[in-house]
Design a binder for this molecule. Structure first.
Ligand code: GDP
Ligand code: MN
Length: 377
């Protein structure tokens, strides 16, 4: 589960990390009232669970309450990388002198939490790591030892953070680590952690990801989950009882069994394409489930082709084929759909698909290649 900026900042503030004064608005009128309360220049920020809002036009400065009203009315309802903006955060504008990146996350390979600090903040950490790898300091923590002052000094020296900032940086870093542990977070990130004109370090952005398996003991956070933080298509899929994850490619994927779907994603990658989603319809998939799956995948505007990969065990291939044909007939499907059916009653399944608008594929590889080619062509 991902927390949006305003939720992460509320947690930061509660634990003593400095954040700008501000509140969430749902309407331009509210934004104006908040700007009035704050006084002076404010920044109006789209509250969606994804970064890169600045570049997408979702972050705007305003000189006065009228300006905040105007910017909020532009940003509310806007689409920021697939998320419709339903609220904005209105905050006192910061006079930024320097931007740092600070994050703690789980490194699964090393089975340890890793602290990342960089003096080249503001950008995506992936971008910083690519363009200036020497400017990214990393330190893997020993769970028993935790995060100590000498770790912080070492990171600061490596990242080139001025020594006079350590007095402010150290407690912020320790608090970020405490927040990660106490909230069962797999990521706590501040980007930018800004040095202001008056010398203060302030968290201007906040991002947190919570381990879903821990939500049973994170009641406050679980209460936020209901309708927030996930992609609208993921919410719709969850309502329909499907295991769906939105990805950033363009080949829609439907398969039965998580392993098969994962392998399908790999195969698409190997064929030079990018998957638009993960969708597992599970075993014993009935026609109704196939319909739901196809409807969710096809409602994603990023999808340029669909690859359906079904291994018939309990699931009968003819039933899947029938489900597909029913959906195709009742929907206006504009993208090519490639189907690979093997296993129980595959002959019957394939026969049903003969002479239809569906593209059959005999092998896994052929299916992936056809789907990628169809999306790119
Ligand atoms: P993101 O693009 O989604 O990561 O959103 P951020 O909250 O990190 O904001 C992006 C950028 O907008 C920051 O790196 C800053 O450069 C700028 N920004 C954000 N808040 C302020 C502010 O209060 N004042 C000024 N001048 N710039 C801001
Ligand atoms: Mn940011």
């Amino acid at each position: 589960m991902k927390l949006i900026e305003s939720q992460a900042k509320a947690i930061f503030a509660e634990h003593g990390i400095p954040v700008p004064t501000g509140r969430v608005a749902h309407t331009p009128e509210e934004a104006r009232a908040i700007a009035q309360e704050i006084g002076g220049r404010v920044v109006v920020k789209a509250q969606v669970p994804i970064g890169g809002r600045g570049k997408a036009g979702g972050i705007q400065l305003a000189d006065d309450p009228e300006g905040a009203y105007h910017q909020a009315s532009r940003i509310l309802g806007m689409d920021v990388r697939g998320y419709k903006v339903e609220r904005v955060l209105v905050e006192q504008a910061a006079d930024i002198v320097q931007e740092f990146y600070l994050g703690i996350t789980v490194d699964r390979d090393r089975q340890a939490n890793v602290v990342i600090l960089s003096a080249a903040g503001g950008m995506d950490i992936e971008e910083i790591a690519e363009k200036h790898p020497e400017k990214v300091a990393k330190l893997w923590l020993n769970a028993g030892l935790g995060l100590r002052d000498f770790h912080i000094r070492q990171l600061a020296v490596q990242a080139g953070v001025a020594p006079e900032l350590l007095k402010q940086l150290a407690p912020i870093m320790k608090t970020v680590y405490q927040i990660l542990l106490s909230h069962d977070a797999t990521l706590v990130e501040i980007n930018p952690l800004a040095r202001l004109g008056d010398g203060r370090l302030v968290a201007l952005d906040g991002k947190m990801e919570i381990d879903d398996n821990a939500l049973f003991r994170q009641e406050k956070l679980a209460a936020l989950k209901e309708d927030e933080g996930d992609h609208p298509l993921e919410l719709e899929a969850r309502r329909r009882g499907l295991a769906y994850v939105k990805l950033d490619g363009y080949v829609g994927v439907i398969g039965n069994g998580a392993g098969l779907v994962m392998t399908t994603l790999d195969m698409i990658q190997r064929s030079g394409g990018k998957a638009a989603n993960f969708l597992d319809i599970g075993g014993g998939a009935r026609a109704e489930v196939v319909r739901n799956a196809l409807e969710v995948v096809l409602s994603d505007p990023d999808v340029k082709s669909v690859l359906i990969n079904v291994f018939g065990g309990i699931t009968r291939c003819d039933e899947v084929a029938q489900g597909l044909l029913d959906v195709m007939r009742s929907m206006d499907v504009k993208v090519p759909v490639v189907v690979r059916l093997v296993g129980t009653r595959e002959e019957e399944g394939r026969r049903l698909l003969e002479g239809t608008e569906l593209t059959p594929a005999a092998t896994f590889q052929e299916a992936a290649q056809k789907a990628v080619a169809a999306a790119q062509g």
